[in-house]
Design a protein around this ligand. Structure first.
Ligand SMILES: [Zn+2]
Length: 253
């Protein structure tokens, strides 16, 4: 009966206000979403200020996740570009506004002095929203990143209090196996790799980082960004055995 129903159905011809009529009967197999990345931010301000900035200013994001009550606001349609990433790079891609969805999470950062925690209920909402976006667009785990990952020379958000492990537990991002990290850490404690090794590994992980063997300011900022995500207890940007083990396990699981 299905074929009969298809046979008698009228051709679906839609007319746009300005373009020619479109026949949408056929669909190409070769296609995917333009959205390749999901980028997480904090607002570094309270909700009213963030809402004002994101709706009235130049900077924008697809979603704004309020803290109290945890609420998701959609400010830009996913089919359109929001201006949240700025100058940025990850895994060899540049200017990630082009192919990303941006989520701004209300969190005051260091506005009040110390880093502000994220309420569990707010993270529950972020995880649910991220899962839905990732599923619909087929975004790969290594492409779910923080602003500090893609712009480590300029940005610290979503900051060291953002619980990335919760996203890993939800199957959203890669997370290094802790036993394997402990095992390799012991080896790295015997001999810490050269700075150039850290640079190469962090580049393979996704960062835009110089590979020059020098612990320069850019390299320190990239190491600090990595530590903020995977070892937030200390993010001084200095190479150490635990950092080496974490990036080694992530790059070579
Ligand atoms: Zn940001």
């Amino acid at each position: 009966m299905k074929s009969v129903a298809l046979f008698v159905a009228p051709l679906f011809v839609a007319a746009c206000a300005s373009g020619p009529p479109l026949d949408t009967r056929y669909t190409s197999a070769g296609q995917d979403s333009r959205v390749q990345f999901l980028v997480l931010h904090f607002t570094s301000s309270d909700f009213p200020s963030a809402l004002h900035a994101l709706t009235q200013g130049e900077v924008s994001a697809h979603y704004l996740v309020r803290d109290d009550p945890p609420t998701v606001y959609r400010l830009v349609d996913e089919n359109r570009r929001a201006w949240h990433a700025g100058r940025s790079a990850w895994l060899g891609w540049a200017n990630l506004n082009e192919g990303s969805i941006g989520i701004e999470i209300v969190n005051r950062g260091t506005e009040l002095g110390d880093w502000q925690p994220y309420p569990d209920a707010q993270i529950d909402v972020v995880v649910a929203l991220a899962k839905d976006i990732v599923k619909r667009h087929g975004i790969r785990p290594e492409r779910i990143v923080g602003h500090s990952d893609i712009a480590p020379q300029r940005k610290l958000d979503p900051g060291p209090r953002f619980p990335w492990k919760r996203l890993a537990d939800a199957g959203l991002i890669p997370w290094p196996d802790s036993k394997e990290v402990a095992r390799r850490r012991r080896a790295f404690e015997q001999q810490l790799p050269e700075v150039e090794w850290f640079q190469r590994m962090l580049a393979r992980h996704g960062f835009a980082v110089p590979v020059n063997g020098s612990l320069d300011e850019e390299t320190v900022n990239v190491i600090a960004a990595f530590q903020m995500k995977y070892r937030p207890a200390r993010f001084d940007g200095l190479p150490d055995a635990e950092t080496a083990a974490l990036v080694d396990v992530l790059v070579n699981p």
